[in-house]
Design a binder for this molecule. Structure first.
Ligand code: ADP
Length: 401
């Protein structure tokens, strides 16, 4: 079975075309600047990158271009669209109703329209992507894989905020959690690496990228996660603040005279590594500055590590134990420093890292960096959301036949 995976952003569209028999990515690419001017970067496995400026007025046109690239004589990998068995769409939010991956029906699309406000930057382009594919690939199953659905197993005490209950009931203000597809993928890979059934494991997965979240996976089910109503909440990120005292927000409005929009920009775009360090939202630049003695850069790193440790500790308490910690995403996969700082002085919880193995863990590969005799396994696992989306899509498309 061959699956096209699509991840639509407001002005971009990423894609991968995967052969599920061999797990090979046959081609992948990125359309950027949709609605502005347009550029496509396409890569057929084993070939040179193809990059071209093309006028892309809409997501429809971008998907049309992707389909023609996939059939191109030189850069293509199929002869006809019929070779695409199903399309898997990454959808950031499934609200309260779309609790698992599903072949998207008319009523699901209607529901997605109704929850656009919950993720205004992400859900509308995903809808556009699905609608364009439906139009261009009649009869091909269009599957939605939702970032939030992994968290549908959380209990109300994890997802209901201690606000007036009507805000949850009438306005759906609750913890949803994000990056679910990534956490689900690395948790299941961790179980495979350990040769155990995920139902026998207590796992904490740390997805540390520009956006970061930490999830507690108890016997295969997500029981808590650090991101909340929106992809803020939890630990310090590239430009987002994560958890703060909520009264800071009205204080910024009432005492400092900021507008709601300014407050939103501050907590989402001007905080985190960037806000504290004043240097950059990119952890590599912050590291460089800290190494040269920039104290605010060092403080930003310390706040990050402090937040990760706090979440790990609280999730161990929630699950009454821990078998495995997983590090993934840009920072989790690549920053041996952050992994080491997180794991140091955690031996009380049975977390012991082999610092040499950690420092020499090969980039882009899975690694077990647990110290000899360490009770809790410490793993580095490159995330692969596209593969997870393709897997769900293939399973659902086979059932849909
Ligand atoms: P996104 O959330 O946008 O998908 P990524 O998962 O790509 O983000 O993570 C981006 C973060 O990973 C940045 O802060 C970047 O500095 C960090 N990162 C990427 N490569 C490295 C590296 N080699 N060493 C340290 N940090 C890295």
């Amino acid at each position: 079975m061959k699956i096209l995976v699509i991840n639509s952003g407001s002005s971009s569209l990423k894609y991968q075309f995967i052969d599920m028999e061999t797990n090979d990515v046959l081609a992948k690419g990125l359309c950027e600047r949709i609605g502005i001017d347009g550029v496509i970067t396409h890569k057929k496995s084993g070939a040179e990158d193809y990059k071209k400026e093309v006028d892309l007025k809409s997501h429809d046109e971008a998907i049309q271009l992707v389909l023609s690239m996939l059939q191109d004589d030189t850069y293509g990998v199929i002869k006809s669209i019929d070779e695409i068995d199903a399309v898997g769409h990454r959808i950031a939010h499934g609200g309260e109703k779309l609790k698992e991956s599903a072949v998207i029906k008319d009523e699901d699309l209607e529901y997605l329209y109704s929850i656009q406000n919950l993720a205004p930057l992400h859900v509308p382009p995903a809808i556009k992507g699905i609608e364009a594919c439906r139009k261009l690939m009649d009869g091909v199953p269009q599957v939605g894989v939702f970032d939030t659905s992994f968290y549908s197993t959380m209990e109300p005490e994890s997802y209901v905020y201690p606000l007036p209950y009507e805000l949850y009931e009438e306005h759906q203000i609750r913890r949803y959690g994000f990056h679910g597809t990534s956490h689900r993928y690395v948790a299941s890979r961790a179980a495979e690496m350990l040769g155990k059934d995920i139902k026998d494991l207590k796992i904490i997965t740390c997805h540390l990228g520009n956006g970061s979240s930490i999830t507690a996976v108890d016997h295969g089910k997500a029981v808590d996660t650090s991101m909340g109503f929106m992809p803020n909440g939890g630990i310090l990120m590239g430009t987002r603040c994560g958890d703060i005292d909520p009264s800071i927000l009205p204080y910024m409005v009432n005492a400092l005279g900021m507008s709601g929009e300014e407050v939103e920009t501050i907590i989402n775009k001007k905080s985190g590594l960037l806000g504290v360090s004043g240097v950059s939202s990119d952890a590599r630049n912050v590291r460089e500055a800290a190494a040269q003695g920039n104290e605010r850069a060092r403080l930003a790193e310390k706040i990050l590590v402090h937040g990760i440790k706090k979440h790990i500790g609280s999730y161990v308490a929630e699950m009454n134990g821990l078998d495995c910690i997983v590090f993934t995403a840009g920072l989790g996969e690549n920053s041996a420093d952050v992994r080491e700082w997180v794991c140091e002085n955690m031996d009380y919880l049975g977390i012991q890292m082999d610092n040499e193995k950690n420092a020499s863990a090969p980039r882009g590969q899975e690694a077990d960096v647990t110290a000899e005799g360490g009770k809790v396994k410490v793993l580095v696992i490159p995330t692969n959301e596209e593969y997870m989306i393709a897997l769900d899509t293939a399973t659902l498309a086979a059932q849909d036949k």
